[in-house]
Design a protein around this ligand. Structure first.
Ligand SMILES: Cc1cc2nc3c(=O)[nH]c(=O)nc-3n(C[C@H](O)[C@H](O)[C@H](O)COP(=O)(O)OP(=O)(O)OC[C@H]3O[C@@H](n4cnc5c(N)ncnc54)[C@H](O)[C@@H]3O)c2cc1C
Ligand SMILES: *[C@@H]1O[C@H](CO)[C@@H](O)[C@H](O)[C@H]1NC(C)=O
Ligand SMILES: *[C@@H]1O[C@H](CO)[C@@H](O)[C@H](O)[C@H]1NC(C)=O
Ligand SMILES: *[C@@H]1O[C@H](CO)[C@@H](O)[C@H](O)[C@H]1NC(C)=O
Ligand SMILES: *[C@@H]1O[C@H](CO)[C@@H](O)[C@H](O)[C@H]1NC(C)=O
Ligand SMILES: *[C@@H]1O[C@H](CO)[C@@H](O)[C@H](O)[C@H]1NC(C)=O
Length: 502
């Protein structure tokens, strides 16, 4: 009897919660339906287009947003944010949807997603060479527009990456040593705040917000467009790649030579370079690629890389794609800037590591790292690639910006590492041993560096399993960012799991 009463009470409470939830959802849907006199397009669970609309780039995740609204202008963004603010929903922007952790879906169930893919505005002010760029454009489209105007920008290499997400968190590519990160080019941004108010952020207007949205944008607002200072592209570019098969001791020596070159050689700003490791052909070996882009006359590349190549074994191969600037952008994007085909997917886990220039890797750390990937990396059933990109070195524009000028704090760094492991054929699930494998790569470094080694991590290579993510991402800027979070988003409208906590 008691049990029956208990059960029925539980059921009653459950039904009550259910109906509350149903009311809340009905409120949400009716509020969205009233925006722009019913002209706002949106989808929600149960609609035929919902499964595809809520598909993330990284298939490791499957989140169910409460609704996805497709906006056409800033006013609609404001209206939708106000609905979320009033009804207590977490609101997130989705620009290109290429977050590593399904950030554009809110990194959990029940968020209100604002899809910006129709904000494809692009304009060039010719006298100032300042471009206005809608957040919904993809990198491939931005590069194509810029080329039309004879201009260029530093940015990510992937053509499908969204302008909004990429720029709000960083924007790293081979031209960033020469020009700076994408976010360093931002002159102003149009930002919809947590309460739905649209404001401009620039050096002159809301300068504290301007600081925050260059590196931590998703925690502070929805950027509908940015204006950016563009560059005159170099007339000649060479996309290069050298390859070696190496045993562990040879690869460790090569890494040491690369670090020595990175720290001590006179490296022109026009050199983008990374040291890439992929699986070796036999256990105990690795395949090493030295690749990048040289934004100067082709015949000078050899002398620029000379101090490094001279101390490495003879490469197994070398490829050189010489052309104009656009040719390099296309090459790095995999051959095309066209983004009309549907999005592709991957099932993966990434960790990043930004190493301080003042505390270079020890030989023990390089040795442990190479031994780990030459052995455990050979045994694993996962696919993987490890990119160790040069952020610093002499003449780096990234490091010429003061650490507290933008939210991106890594201004005295040597390497930007991306440690990427994926399931073959992108099959699900991503296995538990995949996490262990990638954790082990980072530990091969950190276990062989001083306890207080001050490394960082990169927000655009977002890691959902990084416990101390706030300090690794934002370092010394964190206290100021937390204070600004309390000012601009006091009720936590933009509180997704990887956001800055107030
Ligand atoms: C194939 C591929 C290649 C890549 N190559 C590079 C590279 O070379 N260099 C590099 O630096 N990065 C690179 N990245 C990482 C990429 O920059 C990030 O994943 C980026 O955040 C994706 O932006 P998005 O708009 O496509 O993603 P989304 O998933 O739409 O957004 C990412 C995050 O930003 C938030 N957000 C999106 N738009 C806005 C906005 N307008 N205002 C406020 N917040 C917003 C979202 O809510 C989410 O949290 C690559 C990623 C992929 C998948
Ligand atoms: C973009 O806008 C056009 C016309 O305004 C509309 O037909 C299309 O469905 C919109 N696309 C998205 C993704 O919202
Ligand atoms: C393994 O590395 C050694 C030494 O660097 C090299 O001579 C050999 O060719 C490599 N083996 C393969 C199969 O790549
Ligand atoms: C380190 O690099 C510098 C500059 O490239 C070079 O002169 C020197 O010989 C290198 N030292 C070693 C031990 O490789
Ligand atoms: C290199 O630059 C020169 C000068 O602008 C130009 O004439 C030439 O076509 C360029 N070469 C390539 C391969 O783009
Ligand atoms: C919205 O938030 C901003 C920043 O906190 C504040 O300045 C503004 O007054 C708020 N607007 C409204 C209508 O509450």
């Amino acid at each position: 009897m008691l049990t029956y009463r208990l059960v029925s009470r539980v059921i009653a409470v459950f039904l009550f919660l259910e109906s509350l939830l149903a009311y809340a959802v009905a409120d949400l849907l009716s509020s969205l339906a009233s925006i722009s006199d019913g002209a706002l397009r949106f989808t929600y669970p149960g609609q035929p287009d919902y499964p595809q609309a809520s598909e993330p780039f990284n298939l490791r995740f499957s989140y169910k947003p409460a609704a996805i609204a497709y906006v056409d202008n800033v006013d609609q963004v404001s209206e939708v944010v106000k609905v979320g603010y009033d009804l207590g929903y977490n609101v997130v922007a989705r620009s290109g949807g290429h977050s590593y952790v399904a950030g554009g879906l809110g990194q959990k169930d029940g968020s209100l997603v604002i899809d910006l893919s129709n904000l494809t505005y692009f304009a060039m002010n010719q006298p100032t060479a300042i471009a206005s760029i809608g957040s919904g454009l993809r990198i491939g489209q931005v590069a194509t527009h810029l080329d039309y105007w004879g201009r260029a920008l530093p940015h990510a290499t992937g053509a499908y990456v969204g302008w909004g997400g990429q720029t709000g968190y960083g924007g790293y590519g081979f031209s960033t040593r020469m020009w700076g990160l994408t976010l360093d080019m931002v002159v102003s941004a149009r930002v919809v705040l947590a309460n739905g108010t649209a404001v401009t952020a620039s050096k002159e207007e809301n300068p504290d917000l301007f600081f925050a949205i260059r590196g931590a944008a998703p925690s502070f607002g929805i950027i509908t467009s940015t204006t950016v200072q563009t560059w005159r592209p170099p007339s000649n570019t060479t996309v290069y790649q050298y390859a070696w098969g190496m045993d562990s001791p040879t690869a460790t020596a090569a890494f040491d030579a690369f670090q020595n070159y990175s720290l001590n050689a006179e490296i022109p700003a026009a050199l983008g370079v990374e040291f890439v490791l992929v699986p070796g052909e036999v256990r105990g070996n690795v395949t090493l690629l030295l690749s990048g882009t040289w934004y100067g006359p082709a015949e000078e590349l050899e002398s620029v890389l000379g101090p490094l190549l001279d101390v490495l074994p003879t490469p197994r191969s070398g490829t050189f794609d010489v052309g104009d600037y656009l040719n390099s952008v296309k090459n790095l994007a995999g051959g095309s800037l066209d983004v009309s085909a549907p999005n592709t997917h991957s099932t993966f886990y990434v960790k990043s590591l930004i190493t301080p220039q003042k505390e270079p890797l020890t030989v023990e750390a390089m040795n442990a790292f190479i031994a780990y990937i030459a052995n455990e990396g050979f045994d694993t059933d996962l696919g993987w690639f490890l990119q160790i990109g040069l952020l610093g070195g002499t003449n780096s524009q990234i490091n010429s910006v003061p650490a507290d000028e933008t939210a991106f704090p890594h201004r005295d760094s040597l390497y930007m590492m991306q440690l990427y492991a994926y399931t073959q054929g992108d099959v699900l699930p991503f296995p538990e041993h995949g996490f262990t494998f990638v954790d082990g790569i980072v530990e091969s470094f950190t276990n062989n560096m001083p306890e207080d080694w001050d490394y960082g991590a990169y927000t655009n290579y977002l890691d959902d399993r990084l416990p101390d993510y706030e300090s690794r991402y934002y370092k010394g800027n964190l206290p100021r960012l937390k204070e600004l979070k309390r000012k601009y988003d006091p009720t936590g409208v933009f509180d997704i799991p990887s956001a800055i906590k107030p």
